[in-house]
Design a binder for this molecule. Sequence first.
Ligand code: PRP
Length: 208
Amino acid sequence: MLNIALPKGRLGDQVYELLSGIGYDCKSIYEQNRKLIFENPENNVRYLLVKPSDVAIYVEHHAADVGIVGKDILMESRPDVYELLDLGLGKCRMCVAAKNGYIEDKDRPLRVATKFVNIAKEHYASQNRDIDIIKLNGSIELAPILGLSDVIVDIVESGSTIRENNLQVIEEFMPISARFIANKTSFKFKNDVISDMVEKLAVAIEEK
Ligand code: PRP
């Protein structure tokens, strides 16, 4: 049985459609209930519905063999897993944003609010810029509006959240998309099935 950590939400739905199209369907996943595990013994597959930011944890700790996770989370937490394929889905970019008309004071540390502490630190270290990090867990865009921070480091997809809160993107520095990852032990012992899955996924994406 291959255990697949699927992120809950739109990205997971898109990836499930791809996987069911290449022979890993599991119709019970469409049932409206609160179950978190769905399996189809005929296809030897078990889906685990996981919070997107936790997918890599399940895979790294071998609670799942493979999973689908955003490059932002891989860059932030650097899990010890194999990144096997760029699925080209869930595309967005990591950005620095601030209030419209913001002017930076270079004589003092920049106050940066973000969920992505490591990414933000690396980004500003590469510019030799001193920063103070304010770690938040969501609604990051509020921070500069309320004067909690000068800028935010966050993902921008459509740009609506930035626009509708009167912020502007100052820098875009990392393109992001969903990646197919595997546990290192699973990759060794279930290599046939995982490699086959990667090949078929690559073809399915190409044809989309
Ligand atoms: C993410 C991100 C931005 C928004 C970007 O937040 O942190 O706030 O999406 O998308 P957009 O450019 O299409 O508007 P999410 O929806 O995950 O909620 P959060 O505030 O809980 O992090």
